[in-house]
Design a protein around this ligand. Sequence first.
Ligand SMILES: [Zn+2]
Ligand SMILES: [Zn+2]
Length: 299
Amino acid sequence: MNMDDIFSQFGDIFGGGNPFESFFGGGGGTRGGRRVQRGTNLRIKVKLTLEEIAKGVEKKVKVNKQVVCHTCTGTGAKDKSSYHTCNTCGGSGSVRRVTNTILGQMQTTSTCPTCNGEGVEITAKCTTCKGEGLERGEETIAINIPAGVSEGMQLSMSGKGNAAPRGGIPGDLIILIEEVPHETLKRDGINVIYDLYINFADAALGTSVEIPTIDGKAKIKIDAGTQGGKILRLKGKGLPEVNSYHKGDQLVYVNVWTPKTVNKEEKELLEKLKNSANFKPQPGKSEKSFFERIKEYFE
Ligand SMILES: [Zn+2]
Ligand SMILES: [Zn+2]
């Protein structure tokens, strides 16, 4: 997956907008010819469990940010009488000047010096925000996180960042994804890995064991004569790919546990079994080599 794909799909999810603009965009913009300031982007981290990543989740996050000043509703003016359309530019934010040059008359347009391009003049500033139109505040934002995201991925919500001074364009909210490690399962891309340990007797006689999966417990059958190192594949029990119907698998690595110590009785039993013809390793065609198992895993 390349960067473009990631950005375009989150652009869709979070209501469009060019994400590059918000990542690399400048400090301002224009609205109807007038200059407006742009709010800064806000970065937050969101921690997700493997279960949340598997299904996708809506996270409600309380964000401390710059919001529109409640006293002046963002105008930056003390009251209505201290806020009026700029007399110099008539509210357009720009002034036209005609100059005579050797090539004839030339008309140039420049930013209005009185209002600095904002189109309004403030004679008395709001005391709460000192004319900025902003104050610190909190907002609870619902973030829809699509299934299959991974550690380090960034999502962008256009316009959910810091508010902009005096009615400008708000910045974006950038969400950095963090994964909470799972207690028993390991993630490997879209696959989920579980290390299963069974004892030697169960490996020889066969058994059925309960193992954890992303959607709860599952019972799996271990065939009689299972070799250590076998990889069992639970189709579709992995994680989804972002923005796709493709799903990974759960891989169960079968480890055969060798006792680290044995008592006298166990030792006698093992000594007896040791020389039995069936106990002599006889890898045949049905036994997959380590290399084959790895290859199968990556297929
Ligand atoms: Zn002006
Ligand atoms: Zn204010």
